[in-house]
Design a protein around this ligand. Structure first.
Ligand code: FAD
Length: 210
């Protein structure tokens, strides 16, 4: 583990197993990407996918994220799943159950065939099965959309699970204690208003697997 990825507080919650880190990443859709532009830090929420040992982010060529990465800004990306609210017998011990990953590095803007393939990987990872149902992107669409590849070389992860860790003296309290679990669940697919008649919802969307 490098200095950048060293967790200081509650380090025992740190996870170094790459398979577990990949699982956390694969369960997510949205990351928060932090970069520096015009001497100020910015955090932007955006979609991502994991492709082997890299994350792929995409965006318009004119977006701040793409411009900053093109200018070699350092990049840090966070992914968080909140699994529950931990309701302890004191405010101090109240907490959240979570799984989170932080990646550090410098993104690389893909070009040529790598760029075209990465766009397909993004679509097919976000909606597995989709590529065979839709047209190829046009040259203009491909040119407008940059893909940023970020290596998972410098990565950290942290997980909290379980109930409240109250002080022994608080266990006689009359206050309720426990966990309110959270999960992200996809609803039923809703057809577009302008969808032609007779087109069924594809199997891969019923249900969409997060
Ligand atoms: C949903 C959620 C809620 C949280 N709420 C709080 C809160 O209210 N108060 C609080 O103090 N902490 C909270 N945390 C924990 C917080 O993310 C940090 O872990 C914490 O601030 C301690 O950081 P540090 O000083 O050890 O590390 P820092 O010195 O801040 O960071 C050093 C390195 O450790 C790694 N790292 C640190 N935290 C994480 C993480 N969560 N996941 C992956 N890598 C990490 C990064 O690579 C980072 O560069 C929360 C985390 C999550 C996911």
């Amino acid at each position: 583990m490098g200095e950048k990825t060293r967790i200081h507080r509650l380090a025992e919650r740190g996870v170094t197993d790459r398979r577990q880190i990949n699982q956390i990443l694969d369960e997510g859709l949205v990351c928060h990407a932090a970069y520096v532009i015009d001497d100020r830090p910015v955090v932007i929420p955006t979609l991502y996918v994991r492709n082997g040992d890299h994350l792929l982010l995409h965006g318009s060529n004119s977006s701040g994220l793409v411009r900053a990465v093109g200018d070699r800004s350092p990049l840090s990306v966070g992914v968080t799943h909140i699994d529950g609210l931990v309701v302890a017998r004191s405010g101090f011990h109240s907490s959240a159950n979570y799984r989170s990953v932080v990646v550090h590095g410098r993104g690389r803007i893909l070009a040529g065939e790598e760029h075209r393939k990465a766009l397909d990987v993004i679509v097919e990872t976000l909606i597995p099965g989709r590529l065979s149902d839709i047209r190829h992107p046009t040259e203009a669409e491909t040119k407008q959309t940059s893909v940023i590849e970020l290596s998972l070389d410098e990565v950290s992860a942290k997980v909290r699970s379980g109930g409240p860790a109250d002080d022994p003296a608080d266990l006689t309290s009359d206050a309720w204690a426990g966990v309110v679990p959270f999960s992200l669940v996809a609803g039923e697919a809703e057809p577009a208003e302008d969808l032609r008649d007779g087109i069924p919802i594809p199997d891969y969307l019923q249900p969409y697997q997060l």
